[in-house]
Design a protein around this ligand. Structure first.
Ligand code: BDR
Ligand code: CA
Length: 310
């Protein structure tokens, strides 16, 4: 499976990248960064750090959009810390950033690889993907699928009562992506709130005891402090790696095809994902919306694949 990970690391983004890099079924064509959890300079640095922690200095990283299409950037240092990747000791990455813009890399990869073979995995605001679709509309028909973490329906929002962070930050970009016609798979809060980094699960990751797993353990211990307080749970939701897990083991998830529209007009519900779960409209079904997950199966997979890294 050829994929491009579009990301704003983020501790849970780091887990997603590590899961992909540790999985022999997946070929990561490149990692593209976007402003989100923290500004672009930091998400880019963090992506390079995660590649290095994973022993994969060969992975190409491209920097992308430093702000949403039409809105001021909203960040989430309250959840991820000042660096975006708080927890382990961070360092200046030795891996060089690629020349060229992330959006051009996405377009070139989709145009050069055989049509229908490249999946996009956006796990941050959808700005880069929307820009690619706008700049080269022909890419839409060549994307195998867009497997994204974002939105929420039964669980609603985490950054406002009605919106999930990735969609809230750039709702106009999300509206473009959800209308683009490529097959969409949506991993919303309804799934990710069920994959909690409980003490037992983090201890199993710690026990892998390679460089990547040790760093990820420190990230998760930092990240879950905030979430445990917010949700009152043992551990916090590990959102982003559910996308990669779905690619590897779709049998761990359950959902259905639905129409999904993005709210862009209202201030109160900006970035809400309006999912027609019950089929009460005749709007076309544009996304596979996942709702349930085998959480133990997910953590078994993550832990097993981390062991393939350095
Ligand atoms: C999403 O927002 C970010 O803070 C996380 O990395 C994840 O992609 C969860 O709402
Ligand atoms: Ca993210």
């Amino acid at each position: 499976m050829k994929i491009i990970i579009d990301t704003d690391p983020g501790q849970d983004d780091a887990a997603a990248i590590m899961l992909a890099l540790g999985s022999p079924e997946i070929e990561v064509l490149g990692i593209t960064t976007v402003a989100g959890n923290v500004p672009l300079a930091l998400t880019t640095r963090n992506a390079l750090i995660v590649c290095e922690l994973s022993g994969r200095t060969d992975v190409k990283v491209f920097a992308g959009a430093d702000q949403p299409l039409r809105r001021a950037l909203v960040t989430a240092e309250h959840a991820h810390g000042k660096t975006g990747l708080d927890g382990p000791e961070l360092f200046e990455p030795a891996v060089p950033l690629q020349d060229g813009h992330a959006v051009d890399f996405i377009i070139e990869a989709l145009m050069n690889e055989a049509s229908g073979t490249v999946s996009l995995c956006p796990i941050g605001p959808l700005t880069n993907i929307a820009l690619a679709l706008q700049k080269e509309p022909a890419v839409a028909g060549r994307i195998k699928q867009i497997v994204l973490m974002g939105g929420g329906y039964f669980e609603q929002g985490n950054i406002t009562p009605s919106a999930e962070f990735n969609i809230y930050v750039d709702p106009e970009a999300a509206a473009i992506v959800f209308a683009c016609g490529a097959p969409l798979v949506m991993l919303p809060l309804d799934v990710t709130h069920k994959v909690l980094t409980t003490k037992l699960r983090v201890e199993r990751i710690r026990a892998v005891d390679n460089r990547a797993a040790r760093a990820l353990t420190q990230m998760l211990l930092f990240y879950e402090r905030f979430n445990e307080e917010k949700y009152g749970t043992d551990g916090g939701p590990l959102h982003d790696p559910t996308t990669i897990a779905w690619l590897l083991r779709p049998d761990l998830f359950k959902g259905r095809m639905c129409n999904v529209e993005i709210e862009t007009k209202s201030n109160l519900t900006r970035g809400a994902t309006v999912v027609d779960w019950w089929g009460v409209t005749d709007r076309g079904k544009n996304a596979l919306v996942l709702r349930d997950v085998n959480a133990d199966g997910f953590f078994d997979l993550l832990t097993e694949r981390l062991a393939n890294l350095e």
